[in-house]
Ligand binder design. Structure first.
Ligand code: GLN
Length: 196
């Protein structure tokens, strides 16, 4: 599988930026909105945006259960920011009725970096990404409060976990798709190739 097909969940959020970053990282990328489309992809990105909205729309479009099943079946998924929240088994502070796809044994805190700091950038060293820190763009970003034994912590910022991996699932609190640095997407594309 030299050029894997990777979908971007296109319900809400920064879909276009991920499509561009995935293409630059060597994938054939396209939007995914319907459950039937899950069968045709080797991997999936859940973008940043608003996790409560993504959760609602996923339920409305009948995607929640099929996506959970695909994750259980080993589909590689990369979540950024709201996407990280969607991959968490548990949210510390969910809005009422807010559901996740789950898959990563972790507890996340939404908007953890605080309102005053709604947006900031910082260099982040990510395990498995060579060539120095990536520029982390944090926008009302969550952090990971705690992880289970199966989860590998890939990066921390200010003492908080901001990147994790569990099996074929990868998640970052920050947005590499906004920087023009495609190394984290390349890491995911290699994970998709390895899984295929
Ligand atoms: N705070 C948002 C949420 O809870 C995430 C922000 C983002 O994705 N940039 O979904």
């Amino acid at each position: 599988m030299t050029r894997p097909t990777i979908g971007v969940l296109a319900l809400q959020g920064d879909v276009r930026e991920h499509l561009a970053a995935l293409a630059a990282a060597g994938a054939a990328a396209g939007p995914v909105r319907r459950a039937e489309e899950l069968a045709g992809i080797d991997g999936l990105v859940v973008p940043g945006g608003e996790s409560t909205t993504i959760s609602k729309l996923a339920a409305l479009f009948g995607l929640t259960e099929p996506l959970r099943a695909a994750i259980r079946g080993g589909l590689p998924v990369y979540g950024t920011c709201a996407g990280l929240i969607m991959l968490a088994d548990k949210i510390l502070d969910p809005r009422s009725g807010q559901e996740t796809f789950g898959g990563i044994d972790m507890i996340v805190r939404r908007n953890a970096f605080g309102r005053q700091n709604e947006s900031f950038e910082a260099g982040v060293d990510v395990a498995g990404v060579e060539g120095g820190p990536v520029e982390g763009v944090f926008i009302r970003a969550p952090w990971v409060e705690s992880v289970g034994a199966q989860v590998r912590v890939l990066a921390e910022h200010r003492g908080h976990i901001v990147a994790v991996r569990q099996g074929n699932l990868l998640a970052t609190s920050f947005h590499p798709e906004l920087t023009g640095d495609h190394r984290v997407h390349e890491l995911f594309v290699s994970a998709v190739r390895a899984a295929g």
